[in-house]
Design a protein around this ligand. Sequence first.
Ligand code: GLU
Length: 504
Amino acid sequence: MSVRVRFAPSPTGALHIGGVRTALYNYLLAKKSGGQFIIRIEDTDQSRYVEGAEDYILNALEWCGIVPDEGPKTGGDYGPYRQSDRKSFYKQYADKLISEGKAYYAFDTPEELDEMRERLKEARMANPQYNAISRNQMKNSLTMSAEEVNQKLESGEQYVIRFKMPKNDDVRFKDVVRDWVVVNTTTLDDKVLMKSDGMPTYHLANIVDDHLMEITHVIRGEEWLPSAPLHVLLYEAFGWQAPQFAHLPLLLKPDGNGKLSKRAADQLGFPIFPLNWTDPETGELSKGFKESGYLPEAFMNFLSLLGWNPGTEQELFSMEELISEFSLERINKSGAKFDIEKAKWFNQQYLKNKSNDELAQMLKAETNIDVDFELLSTIAGSMKERITFISDIVESGDFFFNAPQTYDEKTVNKKWTTEAVHKLTDFANEMGQLENISPEEAKEKFIAVLSKDNTPLGKVMPALRLALTGAGGGPDLMEIISILGTKETASRIRKAIEVLKTSN
Ligand code: GLU
């Protein structure tokens, strides 16, 4: 049977990076096995629906390169792929369970439900919920006569359909990540399957759709593990084969203390969503990974290793490599600590591997910078070993475009000496007479000036850098001279000599 997996987000807000990782792992398994990756929008809870969230989720996955074979935009043979468009599918399944005595109608009002919970809490019941014991005291089709139930249904009284949880039974299932999971039904409640508004709940819709869409593996976050026993029981109740389950480990805060939340990310100052997201209720803008300067391929590589390991020391993986290396068996059991420094490291690696022209193109697209393309490409080449984000080329490399206004004080104090100024004056005079030169020629000229009286390179080089860039460190100095040109080099040296006092 061909592998069919789904990512099933609820459009209740932006897509958290944990959700992106879930989508990625589903995608990798599908592509590795030559199967299908499906996106299904789970929007049965109308009260939590957030305008714009569905589009956001689909756009974010597209930016990540996680392309569905079937989904709300793509279509497919198992559609529709939005649960609100499948509303008419679900009732018949709930009815089937009722007719077989595996589910029942419940007519309790919200007040009656509250009262029940209070009563059970007061009596110190371990599980104060609507369950195999408490249902016997409630208003439902198990406690009422068939006549009474029919009358209520006919008169249009509001009801829900609940699952009749078996009493004191062990539910067992094998999870690919966690191995055997055993839960006793005493701890489980009679979950609502159909709500009074005629919509199915997540649990019913999810199982019916996974079955109808012929899903073979359910790969989702650990937060859904508590729902899995009910899902297994629902498959049994319908007489359907359950898919294989894989519950992914949590993404943890950088210190490993607790789940990575939006609040934690905000406090620590890093993004948690792939793209910018403006909360439609509060108007609050959360910056995305994309807009913070991360490349999608670096972001994917980084996320792939948060919960999965290749079993080797290799860290850099293209999407193709991830597809060929990925396996569910190598998903870790324990939570994965989120480390933004690692995300930056991946971005550095991917930027370093881009050609100078690619970097220049990206820079043009991102900053609208008005600089000759070839020059920009050379500048990008000289900066690419030292950048984390593409914008660093113009930020840390500002001296390529503008003469320094200030000079690093520490370097001035230590390295701006009479001797250095003397040599720099000679060098500026040399430069002033030349047309543009290559880095090699610049080096030759510089060494020629120093060798007249055997001045060591280290005595003048830092001062030269200071005069040209204002800083104590940076990319290759001879490349900088070649890029700035001889006239600009001479003029910056003269300006620095005018502005700075020598230390000795
Ligand atoms: N709609 C659920 C969510 O928002 C899907 C959980 C599942 O994959 O079963 O994550």
